[in-house]
Design a protein around this ligand. Sequence first.
Ligand code: FCB
Length: 456
Amino acid sequence: MIFPEDFVWGAATASYQIEGAVKEDGRGQSIWDTFSHTPGNVADGDTGDVACDHYHRYRDDIGLMRELRLGAYRFSVAWPRIQPDGEGSINPHGLAFYDRLVDELLAAKISPYVTLYHWDLPQALEDRGGWTNRDTAYRFADYAQAVYDKLGDRVTDWATLNEPWVAAFLGYGNGVHAPGRRDPADAMRSAHHLLLGHGLAARRLREAGARSIMLVVNSAPVLTPAQVNDPSAAPSEADAAATRRIHALLTRQFLDPAVYGTYPEEVLAAAERNGGTGHIQDGDLELINAPIDLIGVNYYNPCVVESGPGLPADAAWPGSEDVKFAAVDAPTTAMGWPIVPDGLSRLLVRLSEDYPRVGLMVTENGAAFDDAVEGGRVHDDDRVAYLDGHLREVHKAIEAGADLRGYLVWSLLDNFEWAEGYRRRFGIVHVDYATQTRVPKDSALWYRDVIGRNGL
Ligand code: FCB
């Protein structure tokens, strides 16, 4: 099973999850510092204070990437390192870190994929309303410009936002993520302002000369329980309506405005019921509809729903009244997430049909398992099976005509898994947090060989 010649193979991480060094070189506070230091928010009281200490160990980590033959590395820039107060003057020491990182990657012949926002909003902006405040979108565009001005001579591949659905609906809806607010109207507003920030930043990057710009979404095929194991199962009209609505809230809410400059009616209806649509100003959709080159797809598991008459909306899903989020009949990872590899091919084919003029890239896919180091090795056969299964589906999607440019495994390293802290290990490289020792798991060695063969 051979992949296209120029297929991009790599791995992904995010700033707050790996860097540590939260007080170094003038970095300001982010909402994740505040949130993780508030008792009760993160499992075991974990914080990103030290994480993988990547801020100091990035050279060795790039050495590891080289050994694993990675062609691409997706990382994110911590906004509070660049603008400690979220606006105004630029901290040159913060930019210098990413400058060194990019140079080191290029020297190792690894293409940097830079994500500008992977959830670590400067706390100073949250104090002024965070993403519920329209002004944050404009501040984001200024920050994006500052990063581009420093790195744009060497970085060709840019992502504006990572998973705006999660930032808005877990951050401001059910409060499981920073800043931990719980208000459906705030979540709807935040989603729109995140999109506005994406559009404004994408325009600025494009004008400055960026070659490739993407928006990264957490997406999933929305299926009925019967469709999980039988794609051809015909749903009832009520179940089909439930899947359509949740698909609109999860995926079309972000991709339709970005690609077509329109909101699905289900999203407008959800906004109407939760604070109204007054925050969507004339001209916003034109701004959001800035041309993008790629949709970044983060896939872990399908979303399974059925009609649930009388049920209230889930806190993370304003507009999901009368929908039941159903259990899935499939084995699960340590996160409890069902393993459904062909959900990935179904998703990629659907996205390629719905957004045919935009390329696709799998910007995250991977799994947490309870790994253990034994005799200097980590035999994570379950992760190898997960990755192998999903890569076969990636290949299937390409054969079916999806314009899929690459695959980035989540994650290079075990890291701070947000509200789950360090107890969930997603890395293909094991990290012993007490000693910061890195041990490539069997999955890393397997992935290296996949990359070497450009296939399975
Ligand atoms: C995604 C996030 C990423 C990581 C994985 C497991 O939602 O983008 O940071 O936590 O899930």
